[in-house]
Design a protein around this ligand. Structure first.
Ligand code: SF4
Length: 382
């Protein structure tokens, strides 16, 4: 079973920290919709009969800028060119300012099963700092409305580590999400990406980023708070109440095949060695023009050998609560960390960064989760 990701590259304004691919100037979404349908038909011709589709994720950008009819059209087009008869999850990213009861009902009717809501904070001062286009009352209202429209399964994104954000604001954000019964939370530490407005503000000395130790403390607080509230910390940034894990994201962490559509989207296909990964052009007009001219919109192609895949498996799985399965790593990828990294594994355990290995599983402790990159660097080979 494979996953599908649709990138909708439109936003109403630029959030100060964001380095995703998006445009804020589109006058019409019609050329995008035409090109998207062409790309779906194009990839469907090659991959449509190879694997059934299990999950669909419509992300961005801001998919909720699309008209409800466009969402129906995307799903119908996927159903025409792929076997979507056994899809178990269709996630749709929604920004709080775009919701209305009618829109939510339309999404539900179109077949969307899960919402990912870009709340980021319940405080106006935080939202203004990030240049988000919604206000705090919409953050709360959209959650209540989503549930009233029958969306029991939804996720909320929250960002911690904002410069000058009082610590109690972050605690209050978590408290509010728990109080509202949010079944899935994705919590991200603010990262300073190059070429973003935030990066520029920092270079000009207008903003001072939080220190690494402060960010680590906030992350530790988040883990403790949410675990005490009954959430399963099943991946570095992901917390869920029982049975609300993201199936689509779990597909990425399990090296499941996926196809990406839209500018800047990525795809991964492993049906024999080498596995292949490719990325579309990061430019809406160019992506549209290539598809209109019946050319491939792919700009980067990569072939992945078994060792590269094995190292990816280490990087992906160490982030999950399931952990890195050393037996699977050896059996599927031909890498034995018992042979190649036994000293490092013993050291990580002695430092309290991983739990004692049982059933061949390497699992991070909460201390280890604070140092995931360092732990990973000790384990990857080559
Ligand atoms: S809405 Fe999302 S994709 Fe658009 S600028 Fe903000 S963070 Fe980036």
């Amino acid at each position: 079973m494979a996953g599908i990701y649709i990138h909708v590259p439109f936003c109403s304004q630029r959030c100060s920290y964001c380095d995703f691919y998006f445009v804020t100037t589109a006058k019409s979404y019609a050329p995008y919709m035409r090109a998207l349908q062409q790309e779906i038909a194009f990839l469907g011709h090659t991959y449509g009969s190879r694997e059934k589709i299990d999950t669909i994720y419509i992300g961005g950008g801001t998919p909720s800028l699309l008209h409800g009819d466009d969402v129906t059209l995307i799903l119908a087009s996927l159903a025409e060119h792929f076997d979507t008869s056994e899809v178990t999850e269709i996630t749709f990213e929604l920004n709080p300012e775009d919701y209305s009861d009618e829109y939510l009902r339309y999404l539900k009717h179109a077949g969307v099963t899960r919402l990912s809501i870009g709340v980021q904070s319940f405080f106006d001062s935080d939202l203004q700092f990030m240049n988000r286009s919604h206000r705090s009352q919409e953050s709360e209202a959209v959650i209540i409305a989503a549930r009233q429209c029958g969306f029991d399964n939804f996720s909320v994104d929250l960002i911690f580590g904002l410069p000058d954000q009082p610590t109690e604001y972050w605690a209050a954000n978590l408290e509010k999400a728990v109080e509202l019964g949010v079944p899935h939370l994705s919590t991200y530490g603010l990262t300073i990406e190059e070429k973003t407005p935030l990066h520029k503000q920092i270079q000009l000395g207008k903003v001072v980023p939080v220190r690494d130790d402060e960010a680590a403390e906030l992350y530790r607080f988040t883990m403790t708070y949410l675990q005490n509230a009954g959430y399963d910390h099943y991946e570095t940034s992901s917390f869920s109440l029982p049975s609300y894990r993201s199936r689509h994201n779990q597909g990425y962490w399990h090296h499941r095949n996926y196809l990406g559509f839209g500018p800047s989207s990525h795809s991964f296909w492993w049906a024999g060695l080498p596995a292949r990964r490719w990325a579309n052009v990061r430019n809406l007009k160019r992506w549209q023009a290539l598809l209109e001219g019946r050319h491939s919109p792919v700009e980067l192609r990569e072939k992945l050998d078994l060792e590269t895949l094995g190292n990816e498996y280490i990087m992906l799985r160490i982030r999950t609560s399931e952990g890195l399965d050393l037996a699977e790593l050896e059996h599927t990828y031909g890498l034995s960390l018992y042979d190649e990294r036994i000293v490092e594994l013993a050291w990580l355990e002695s430092e309290g960064l991983i739990r004692p290995i049982r059933n061949d599983l390497v699992q991070l402790t909460d201390d280890g989760k604070l140092l995931t990159d360092m732990v990973t660097s000790k384990l990857v080979t080559g």
